[in-house]
Ligand binder design. Structure first.
Ligand code: KG4
Ligand code: ZN
Length: 347
């Protein structure tokens, strides 16, 4: 088992990758749907799944071309089957099963969050993780749908240390951008507009700060933002200050809860992944904190932070190499399956 073809369609990005032994990316081809969803200020599930059906097979062809490979070189398939938008997942899973059947290859279904967890371990011609960064480690997966802290013991062995009780951090970015009419996806827009702004101009809440746990809550932040904006006439809004202050509130909480997770587990290695980990201010503040606390931090390059099939291929290859196979009955699921993660949170 040397080369895997991987498919990711859990949300709005369609992505295909070929990943080789050791987690080396041979090709990664993705189609971004941002323009299709932009008029709605958020992802429209029906549009997402329709676009996946149009994008997927041409991306498979592009990957073969890019890697200079064909089906003979592929030993198995991996596909994201959970959690995510049902219609989107269905397109990926049905396509992967059909290709596996037609080409007589084994396949495995992968949890999208598990794929994010291992994304810092993907390798390519210009990136690889430091050799001494090995499990166990603390992982923060922070995206549009998830804000989770895990203790990663090994492949398939994850404990949930904390999670958001309401909105995800990416969702908080997206909603704020929508309120300000900055465009979609919101995180990128808020980051861009925060340039030159004062992070202490507005004091947005840092929820659950004093709670001795690793949980998050971002819904109060959104409510406070609505209240602040109501008092500011649209043409008098200091956009840069608002964005910098709002971003700082999210970043502060993420770093503070990573610190809690490290304190609770005693682990000195932290990996950060998911779309929000592309945020420069977050990266900067985590690096500062890590230096202070003498913790090793690993954050993948931007291309592996947002949704991509290379991370699915990395986990898929390892699972196929360990002998795992899924049956033709495998189907998508909107949420994680029991056993994917162990929740060790108390109170
Ligand atoms: O991991 P991802 O691509 O998809 C999900 O699984 O959700 O994450 C998308 C999320 C969106 O909410 C987007 O606004 C956010 O990641 N995001 C960012 C940045 N780039 C993407 N948030 C803050 N700063 C960024 N630079
Ligand atoms: Zn994701």
């Amino acid at each position: 088992m040397k080369n895997v073809l991987a498919i990711e369609t859990s949300c709005d990005d369609t992505s295909v990758a070929i990943v080789s032994d050791g987690g080396v990316v041979r090709a990664l081809c993705s189609a971004n749907q941002d323009l299709a969803h932009q008029p709605f200020g958020g992802i429209v599930p029906e549009i997402a799944s329709r676009n996946h059906t149009l994008n997927l097979l041409p991306l498979v062809d592009s990957c073969f071309q890019k890697a200079n490979m064909d089906w003979q070189d592929i030993d198995g398939l991996a596909v994201t089957s959970r959690p995510g938008l049902m219609g989107s997942l269905l397109v990926g899973v049905v396509t992967a099963k059909t290709l596996a059947l037609a080409k007589e290859k084994p396949f495995v279904t992968i949890n999208h969050l598990e794929a994010h967890i291992w994304s810092p371990f993907i390798k390519d011609h210009s990136y690889s993780i430091s050799e001494d960064f090995t499990p166990p480690f603390v992982s923060l997966v922070v995206s549009g749908g998830h804000t989770h802290l895990y203790r990663v013991k090994d492949l398939g062995k994850y404990e949930v240390l904390g999670a958001t009780l309401d909105d995800a951090a990416g969702e908080a970015f997206d909603k704020f951008a929508k309120m300000l009419g900055l465009g979609f996806p919101g995180g990128v827009a808020v980051e861009k507009n925060s340039q030159g702004g004062r992070a202490d101009a507005f004091s947005f809440p840092r929820a659950l700060w004093n709670k001795d746990n690793c949980n998050f809550s971002f819904s109060g932040l959104k409510t406070e933002a609505l209240r602040v904006l109501k008092d500011l006439p649209v043409d008098k809004r200091p956009i840069a200050d608002l964005c910098a202050s709002y971003q700082e509130a999210i970043v502060d909480v993420l770093v503070h809860k990573i610190d809690k997770a490290v304190e609770k587990t005693g682990l000195k290695r932290v990996a950060v992944a998911g779309g929000v980990s592309a945020n420069k201010r977050l990266r900067e503040k985590i690096e500062q904190w890590a230096q202070q606390k003498e913790v090793a931090v690993s954050i993948p390059p931007l291309r592996y932070c947002t949704d991509n099939a290379a991370m699915v291929g990395y986990v898929g290859l390892r699972r196929l190499q360990s002998g795992q196979r899924d049956s033709w009955e495998a189907s998508p699921s909107a949420s994680s399956l029991e056993g994917d993660f162990i929740d060790v949170r108390s109170g």
